[in-house]
Design a protein around this ligand. Structure first.
Ligand code: NDP
Ligand code: MG
Length: 376
């Protein structure tokens, strides 16, 4: 029996992880969970999975009094305590945004295997996370579908025999449609192939998500940016590819369902005992094309920020999060997102090998500057 702590249980990835746990009750047990603001959903999860420890945004005596057998934690400190829980071997990180950074590090430092979907923490502090994971000898397995595909393919290669990796992108709802000042929130959230949280769905529409994934791949797989390719693949059936040093391209394909990479990570290095939904090829066509960096400048900006390193990826993340949240609140137009993100990065002075404090300080300064730019 493997004991798990699940962070971000009330979200989209959290829900998919719960589906996998529900399917294999003899294998996985939920020792602890975190939600944040969504108390009704958290109540359902506690009722069904009976975790012993639960973390939420703030103390809530009216709610917690109903569960005398549960230990409740709250806030950022509570998330770190949950990550350090002795009673679990594995942490699944499905918090959205940089809030996932400190609990991810706490899970690593407590010796847990970390299965993570939280790309923001790797984008901002990838060097530190990878260094800590190596120092503590932890396994770190990506849940993001593209990275999970590449991770599984790479286990079949000898080191030194990989020429490059490729991440696929659906291209989002504006792949073949112009982006102008009339684009609505509804159109942006109408993702053609994946069901996800709102923030990542907006990032998929600007290709910022793919840009973050390039930086994430750089850290996870120790690859140079010239070795990480992105290709537009509208069907989202091939998720990741690895090209061997002889030139052969190996692809990993499955239906677009996050429960597949999550179950592969949860069972790794074993294979899930039941088959996941399978891709049947007859009638399926697979298209691939070059991303248009002029129409989607945030993808190029991510390569640039990644190559510069230091605090630039964290700055990009902070600027994007601020602008996209303003868009979600109706304060910024969709077609203005790239321009505002680029402006917010103007004048950020890079620090080559920042510590955690410098990263978080930069994150905060960029958010403030970006808020001023938008007029928040
Ligand atoms: P959601 O918005 O659906 O869920 C986010 C989760 O994080 C919720 O449980 C939410 O709690 C919690 N949360 C929000 N803010 C905080 C905070 N400040 N502190 C602690 N917890 C918080 O996001 P997704 O599930 O879509 O994404 C989660 C992560 O996975 C992101 O990093 C995303 O980039 C990544 N990812 C997602 C994919 C997808 O298919 N959705 C695919 C690949 C990666 P509550 O709702 O209770 O407030
Ligand atoms: Mg992805």
């Amino acid at each position: 029996m493997e004991r798990l702590v699940l962070f971000g249980a009330t979200g989209s990835i959290g829900g998919s992880a719960l589906d996998v746990i529900r399917k294999f009750p003899e294998r996985f047990e939920l020792a602890g969970v975190s939600g944040w603001g969504n108390i009704p959903r958290l109540a359902e999860i506690i009722g069904e999975f009976r975790p012993k420890v639960v973390c939420l945004r703030e103390e809530n005596p009216d709610f917690t009094a109903g569960y005398p057998d549960v230990e409740f934690l709250s806030g950022g400190g509570g998330l770190e305590d949950l990550a350090a829980l002795d009673d679990a071997d594995t942490a699944i990180m499905a918090i959205a945004g940089t809030a996932g950074l400190y609990p991810s590090l706490a899970a690593i430092r407590s010796g847990k295997r970390l299965l993570t979907a939280n790309k923001e923490s790797i984008v901002c502090a990838g060097d530190i996370i990878m260094r800590e994971a190596a120092a503590y000898g932890n396994e770190l397995i990506p849940l993001d579908s593209e990275h999970n595909a590449v991770f599984n393919l790479l286990t079949r290669f000898d080191p030194g025999t990989v020429a490059e990796i490729t991440l696929t992108a659906s291209g989002g709802p504006f792949r073949d449609k112009p982006v102008d000042d009339s684009v609505t929130l509804e159109q942006v959230l109408d993702h053609p192939t994946w069901e996800m949280g709102q923030y990542i769905t907006v990032n998929s529409a600007t290709l910022m998500n793919k840009g973050f994934e390039v930086i994430e791949a750089h850290h996870l797989f120790g690859m140079g940016y010239d070795q990480i390719k992105v290709v537009i693949h509208p069907q989202s059936l091939v998720h990741g590819m690895v090209r061997g040093s002889d030139g052969t391209l190996y692809m990993s394909a499955s239906p677009s369902d996050m429960r597949i990479p999550i179950s592969l990570a949860m069972f790794f290095p074993e294979t899930p005992p039941e088959t996941n939904p399978k891709l049947e090829l007859p009638g399926v066509s697979l298209d691939f094309r070059e991303p248009d960096l002029e129409r989607f400048p945030l993808l190029k900006l991510a390569y640039d920020a990644g190559r510069e390193g230091g605090v630039m990826p964290a700055s990009l993340n902070a600027a994007n999060e601020t602008v996209v949240n303003a868009f979600l609140e109706g304060k910024v137009r969709f077609d203005k997102i790239p321009e505002l993100v680029m402006k917010a990065l103007d004048g950020v002075a890079n620090v080559p090998t920042p510590d955690l404090e410098t990263i978080m300080e930069t994150d905060w300064r960029v958010r403030v500057r970006c808020g001023e730019l938008i007029g928040l």
